[in-house]
Design a protein around this ligand. Structure first.
Ligand SMILES: NC(=O)c1ccc[n+]([C@@H]2O[C@H](COP(=O)([O-])OP(=O)(O)OC[C@H]3O[C@@H](n4cnc5c(N)ncnc54)[C@H](OP(=O)(O)O)[C@@H]3O)[C@@H](O)[C@H]2O)c1
Length: 258
């Protein structure tokens, strides 16, 4: 059962993915309303049912987030009726240079920026007016440890996650006096389709339920940056502060270079 201080009205984008699904299940409980966004109706319905079985009230919304403007408008109307306590801007895509090292296709880069950056900003702008009016709410922005230092194998993805990280940090300090909390989530490797598709080694891999439980715990404490697991967080943070020539040498040694 939820406590009075627990978030009751929660939006999760990308609820059909590994982390989104685990987050939905981690929060599902009697007294909780979950708004779950996805693209695949069957998968989304299955996750919705699993959350309902745990006692949550569930509404699903099918939306392709490459239509960021449509998504923002939809959220503005929704939140005018039913303001949200906690919002996860979680949906994301990853691309890489491909097995033959051909490079990231331009159309894939545009789609990545649309989902990972524009749709995340649109989510914030869709939910924020109602939160500011109420003087309460919490927004968790899904970045990545890849935001600490651009990885040669996924330059666009790293850049998109750095944008989200920096955006969240700025928003947090702006919105804190207005009662709205913003948190940047920076996972390392977490089991999901995206993670499976990523080339390269995956040290310190966490399961999605473990990651979701950790994120939930840290969000309850309003931790500004929820980055994990510790060894990889420390290592990637260190790569970001080292001279680029040194970090490039280390990345090559660790088999992340191309
Ligand atoms: N797993 C990791 O190791 C890891 C590490 C660091 C950060 N992250 C971040 O965590 C978040 C969740 O990723 P994940 O690991 O759970 O990956 P995932 O299993 O591939 O899930 C990605 C989610 O995003 C949705 N999505 C992708 N493109 C979309 C679009 N155009 N419109 C609407 N939804 C779209 C997917 O929907 P469909 O099911 O319809 O494709 C899916 O629900 C992402 O932001 C990712 O960058 C993941």
């Amino acid at each position: 059962m939820v406590q009075k201080s627990d978030p009751q009205f929660i939006l999760i984008t990308g609820a059909t993915g590994g982390i989104g699904r685990a987050l939905a299940l981690a929060y599902a409980a009697p007294g909780v309303f979950l708004l779950l966004q996805g693209r695949n109706p069957d998968v989304l319905a299955g996750i919705g049912q699993a959350c309902q079985q745990l006692g949550a009230e569930v509404e699903t919304v099918l939306f392709d987030l490459t239509d960021a403007e449509g998504w923002r408008s939809w959220l503005l109307s929704f939140c005018a009726q039913r303001p949200l306590d906690l919002v996860f801007a979680n949906a994301g895509v990853n691309i890489n240079h491909g097995p033959d090292n051909a490079g990231e296709p331009w159309e894939d880069i545009r789609r990545l920026l649309a989902v990972n950056v524009e749709a995340v900003f649109a989510t914030v702008h869709g939910v924020l007016p109602a939160m500011r009016t109420r003087g309460q709410g919490q927004i968790a922005l899904m970045s990545s440890l890849a935001a600490h230092r651009g990885l040669p194998v996924t330059p666009s993805y790293s850049a998109s996650k750095a944008a989200v990280k920096v955006y969240g940090e700025g928003l947090r300090d702006w919105l804190a006096p207005q009662g709205v909390q913003v948190n940047v989530v920076m996972p390392g490797y977490v089991t999901s389709r995206m993670c499976e598709d990523m080339p390269g080694p995956k040290p310190f891999l966490w399961s999605a339920p473990k990651a979701a439980a950790h994120i939930k715990k840290r969000l309850a404490k309003n931790t500004p940056r929820i980055s994990f697991p510790f060894p990889l967080n420390f290592g990637t943070w260190g790569l970001g502060v080292l001279h680029p020539a040194v970090s490039a040498w280390i990345l090559r040694r660790l088999d992340y270079g191309h």
